[in-house]
Design a protein around this ligand. Sequence first.
Ligand code: CP
Length: 334
Amino acid sequence: MKHFLNTQDLSRDELDALLAQAAAFKRTPMGDDLKGRSIALLFFNPSLRTRSSFELGAFHLGGHAIVLQPGKDAWPIEFDYGTVMDGEAEEHIAEVAQVLGRYVDLIGVRAFPKFVDWAVDREDRVLKGFAKYSPVPVINMETITHPCQELAHALALQERFGTTDLRGKKYVLTWTYHPKPLNTAVANSALTIATRLGMDVTLLCPTPEYLLDERYMGWAEQNVAESGGSFTVSHDIESAYSGADVVYAKSWGALPYFGNWGPEKPIRDRYKHFMVDEAKMAQTNNGAFSHCLPLRRNIKATDAVMDSPNCIAIDEAENRLHVQKAIMASLIKQ
Ligand code: CP
């Protein structure tokens, strides 16, 4: 793989190899895969887990990480080609990516949507700009998908069920309430990886307005056709939770209201009861619960759900470290 932008770009063998390598790094954390090598981590948005785990992962493998925040401690960057740069941006992605490529061996990028126009944000132009101009491999650290989180989630499920074969597990991706409209990245990713791994996947959301972008709905359909799993949409909490082996929660803003969030707020506020609680989890098949974190307790999930032995969110967060070491080691070897 030239870059690590989306798991959908990887073959099933490549995906399985990354997960196996991540499990190996979990057993044996130190190595010299990045000895004398370096990675630039560009954060256009805040992070706790991604920044910590990438920096430490590079250190564990003998490498060095540089963290940059464009617009804060690095110059603001222009991504459009042919534009007259008379605005905020001081330099163009063409120079930024090429210059960094002369210094480092890998580039990680976190760039959330601007939340103004989904037609623009869905083009993922920051990540694509780096991938286009960078002479070294680029890693998606969350843009409109979050593939590192996908691998950490998949590894946590494999550990939970004691098998790398997750086919046939009943998997519920449930929308949860949050006071603000959030990025669809993790929901897009959860749908992608769960269908890829052959699970029986239900997307549970309040109304059809909360369906995900057609690209990811399409990937889900394509994946279950290939993996033998299934994919259904539900707006009914009780039937979706019934017998579930996995409940994965995430909040996101409804795409039809993208950039015009005022009318979406009263709709979202009507569905606060989508919060994951003990009563809902009691309907599952002793199901595992997870979330990518950060999570607002007693808004998205109750204290009891988060503190339950069935909650694997901390394992998933730990796995970010292991899977990202596998990604960096794999990219640097090629
Ligand atoms: N899950 C995740 O990416 O966490 P951060 O936003 O803290 O990096």
